[in-house]
Every structure is written in C-alpha cells, then in structure tokens.
Design a protein around this ligand. Structure first.
Ligand SMILES: Cc1cc2nc3c(=O)[nH]c(=O)nc-3n(C[C@H](O)[C@H](O)[C@H](O)COP(=O)(O)OP(=O)(O)OC[C@H]3O[C@@H](n4cnc5c(N)ncnc54)[C@H](O)[C@@H]3O)c2cc1C
Length: 252
C-alpha cells in the first residue's frame, strides 16, 4: 500500500510556477511551492519502507531538522462502483481517489460536474445514471492506466521497490496492450486506435511516457541528420530556458 508523509516548509523566495517530482527509495516525492509555504511529500510503499524510514529519507532530502513536524497520512485509493445511485451523486473525493502523481483530482471534479449537468436538462432515467457511471469509471480507470505506466516503465535498478514495480505489479490490460504493441512488431498507432474509446490520456501522452522513460528497441534508434538534430537541440534549449528558467530537474 502506498501512503504519504508530508512536511510544510517555508517559502524562501518568489515561488516558481513548477511542481518538482522525483523518485525516492520506495516511491516518489513532490515539492509544491505556494506563495505562503512549500508543500513537500513522499508517497512510499509501506511494503518496502517503514513510516519512520520514509520520514527520515524525506527529511534528509529536504534538509529539514527533526523539529519540523511530519504528517503521516493515509491514502485510500480506489473509486466507487456507482457514482450516481438513485438521487445521490458523488463528485470529487467522495467518488474516489487516485494518487496525485498526475494531479488529476480537479479535472475529475470538473468532468464529473460536466457529465452530471449535461444529463440534468432532460428527465433522469436509469440510462442517464448508468451512462454517467460508465463514463466516470472510464475516466478513473484510464487515469489509473497512465499512472501505473510511470511505475511499470521505470528503469531503476538501485532499490527493490523500483524493481518490484517492473516485475511484481498487476499491469492493467490496456497498458499491457500498449506496451506490447510499442515493444513488438505490431503497430502502436493501431493499438491506440483499438482502445480509443477507453483512453483518457491521448496519443501524444503515450509517446511521451514511453519515449520519456527511454523504452526503445535497440534497433529503433533512427537519428536525424545533423542539421535537423541541431535544430531540435536549439528548440529544446530555448523551450527549457523560456518555461523552466534554464533549469532541468532530474526525474530520479
Ligand atoms: C497542496 C495541494 C495541492 C493540490 N494540487 C492539486 C493539483 O495540482 N491538481 C489537482 O487536480 N488536485 C490537486 N490537489 C487535490 C485537490 O485539491 C483535491 O482533490 C480537491 O480539492 C478535492 O475536492 P473535494 O471537493 O472532493 O474535497 P474538498 O476540497 O476536501 O472539499 C470537501 C469540503 O467538505 C467540507 N466538509 C468535510 N466534512 C464535512 C461535514 N461533515 N459537513 C460539512 N462539510 C464538510 C470540508 O470542509 C471541505 O470544504 C491538491 C491538494 C493539495 C492539498
């Protein structure tokens, strides 16, 4: 089970408009600068790390003293089977929680409101409820697939946790289908098309995560000619300078 430990630290400067995420020994850490404080946390697996070990690791990572109080939280993850039952509709945390790695909670709130309001203009029937439930289930499960990809596609070999994420987790069927198509001789785009109606993260996101995690076949490297490569390099450098003040953060 994954659970977080969190610290609040002081804002020391004008907050940067960026959330920094990185890998820990048994999970991932976040750093969210706000105007009044900085939120820091470590979502760790209790199977691989005790709460005390996680707290110590995060303290060391942030260089905060023992006097700064830590908050150990529980994170019940999952979703309702029925988001709309009779005259009762769940929206937001009331309908479920997926871990915050992709910061999808507010989007789910907005999507739930949209899906509900678009069905209230006409008489509510069993069909409207069932369509709503089906759509919210698709959203939750599609987000889960993409989040699981972050763990499953990791390439770290330094801790048992990250190795277990590659070998010992239950891989959702759609994720498995996409990774097999990416790895194998099959057409990746065809695989995406075949589950198009279930996907929440669209084609560019899947290319980003698979390529971003460095998952390439050994014969797949097809380097551009030097002029094109120089152009790409220049574009990336200027984009980083523009949006991230010239700083790149390591992902692990
Ligand atoms: C620091 C931080 C950063 C975040 N960043 C992001 C982000 O970038 N993207 C994202 O998508 N999500 C983010 N989230 C998560 C997101 O804010 C929450 O998932 C979302 O606010 C949940 O909305 P909600 O309405 O379901 O619940 P809440 O916002 O918790 O609202 C529940 C309300 O019910 C009230 N309440 C509770 N019990 C009772 C009671 N018995 N009677 C009456 N009222 C009651 C509470 O006071 C509260 O006002 C972040 C959260 C935090 C803390």
């Amino acid at each position: 089970m994954h659970q977080p430990v969190a610290f609040i630290t002081n804002s020391t400067q004008q907050p940067e408009s960026i959330v920094i995420v990185g890998g820990g020994t048994a999970g991932w850490m976040w750093n969210i600068p706000l105007t009044s404080r900085v939120g820091n946390g470590y979502v760790y697996s209790s199977q691989f790390c005790s709460p005390e070990e996680a707290e110590t690791e995060l303290r060391q990572h942030l260089n905060v003293s023992d006097e700064t109080p830590a908050r150990h939280l529980t994170m019940p993850v999952g979703r309702l089977q029925k988001h709309w039952h009779n005259n009762c509709v769940a929206i937001g945390l009331a309908q479920g929680f997926i871990e915050p790695l992709e910061a999808t909670a507010l989007m789910l709130v907005q999507y739930g409101i949209y899906q509900l309001s678009s069905r209230l203009g006409e008489p509510v029937t069993t069909i409207s409820r069932s369509q709503y439930n089906k759509e919210m289930k698709r959203m939750f499960d599609g987000i889960r697939d993409y989040i699981v990809a972050h763990y499953y596609l990791n390439t770290r070999t330094d801790t048992p946790y990250w190795q277990a994420c590659r070998h010992d987790i239950r891989v959702p069927a759609n994720l498995s289908l996409l990774v097999n198509a990416w790895d194998g001789p099959g057409e990746f785009e065809e695989a995406l098309d075949s589950i198009d109606e279930q996907l929440v993260y669209l084609t560019p996101s899947w290319y980003c995560i698979l390529a971003g995690m460095g998952r390439f076949k050994s014969d797949a490297v097809n380097l551009p000619d030097p002029d094109t490569a120089a152009g790409i390099q220049q574009y990336l450098t200027s984009t980083v300078a523009k949006h991230f003040r010239g700083r790149l953060y390591p992902l692990s």
